[in-house]
Design a protein around this ligand. Structure first.
Ligand SMILES: [Zn+2]
Length: 335
């Protein structure tokens, strides 16, 4: 499918540990388990590809695998999520049927015989069932959300799915504590964290993509001409107290000058000799795009469809916006 499959470096350590405790047979079984995980992830990827999702790679960590893909389209989510568990369980059933006809090798781990085919079959079925647990980041959480999303809006569906997931992982945690099962406790904590994370990420992303550049830009633009000198610029800074200015010629944005450009040069130098190429975005760009651009520039210039300068967004503008969003969220929680 053209998808790179990568092993995390900690895998080497894990293989050594497995070999140390369970010998060569343990290592073989472990390889088969992870081959099963790869097949599970490839099942997700195969359906995801049909929905046009780009899959960057499949990463195998000692605790499991994950397919790193672009954002999953809402309409494909159910099928993509269900594909993994379905394939794992089907593979398990096929292997069980196969084990009636073919004996296969028997692994010997810690004094117990493990017929390879049957053991791998059971592992696949457990893998499928475990992933159906209805909590993020498990497949079951996504299945639950897309079922809920057919009845209500996506964010509300995510919130309910995340609450159910947190509740179930709490029950799992209690069971783990009562039975002194460390692995169960760790799994419960992992799911609890994932369940709450999914909702928070979605809400933040939703807010960030709803706010447009035109909503946060400063429209009172003070521009300079490329023919102005540094002295003119300093005078302007003294008057308006802005740290950066667009350079405009014939109503077109041609550059950007800021305090940093002028602090070391002589007064008589022209603006055109020190200006830098401007960082620009369209009015329809989202807050998310703006934040990305501000990673490498102090201010972003906002252009309209005819490439005319409409406004400026500085880092301070974005910080102010984030504070307002936070205030809004807090007041919503109080209600
Ligand atoms: Zn899965």
């Amino acid at each position: 499918m053209g998808i790179p499959i990568e092993l995390h470096i900690t895998f080497i350590l894990l293989l050594l540990l497995v070999y140390y405790f369970w010998g060569l047979d343990g290592l073989i079984l472990y390889m088969f388990l992870f081959a099963s995980v790869v097949i599970h992830e490839l099942a997700h990827s195969y359906i995801a590809k049909k929905y046009g999702v780009h899959i960057e790679r499949i990463l195998l960590l000692p605790i499991g695998g994950m397919a790193m893909m672009d954002r999953i389209p809402k309409r494909g989510e159910l099928k993509i999520a269900i594909a993994g568990p379905v394939v794992s369980i089907l593979l398990g059933i096929v292997l069980i049927i196969l084990s009636y006809f073919i004996e296969g090798p028997v692994l010997y781990i810690e004094g117990i015989d493990y017929p390879l085919i049957t053991t791998v079959a059971i592992l696949n079925i457990l893998l499928g069932i475990f992933n159906l647990f209805p909590a993020f980041p498990m497949d079951g959480g996504r299945i639950l959300r897309s079922l809920l999303a057919s009845k209500m809006n996506y964010i509300k569906a995510t919130r309910i799915a995340s609450i159910i997931g947190q509740f179930l992982s709490f029950v799992l945690l209690l069971l783990g504590i009562l039975s002194f099962n460390v692995i169960l406790i760790l799994i419960a904590l992992f799911i609890y964290y994932g369940a709450s994370q999914e909702y928070n990420t979605l809400v933040t992303e939703d807010v960030f993509s709803k706010i447009k550049a035109r909503d946060i830009m400063t429209t009172r633009v003070v521009a300079v001409s490329p023919k102005d000198t540094v002295k003119d610029l300093v005078d302007l800074m003294f008057k308006y107290r802005y740290m950066g200015y667009p350079v405009v010629e014939d109503r077109k944005l041609v550059g950007s000058v800021s305090f940093n450009n002028i602090s070391t040069v002589s007064d008589r130098i022209g603006v055109k000799d020190i200006m830098e190429p401007p960082t620009t975005l369209s009015e329809d760009a989202t807050l998310k795009d703006v934040i990305k651009k501000l990673d490498r520039a102090d201010r972003v210039y906002i252009l309209d469809r005819n490439n005319r300068l409409k406004g400026i967004i500085s880092k301070t503008d974005v910080l102010r916006m984030l504070k307002i969003i936070e205030l809004k969220n807090n007041s919503k929680k109080d209600k």
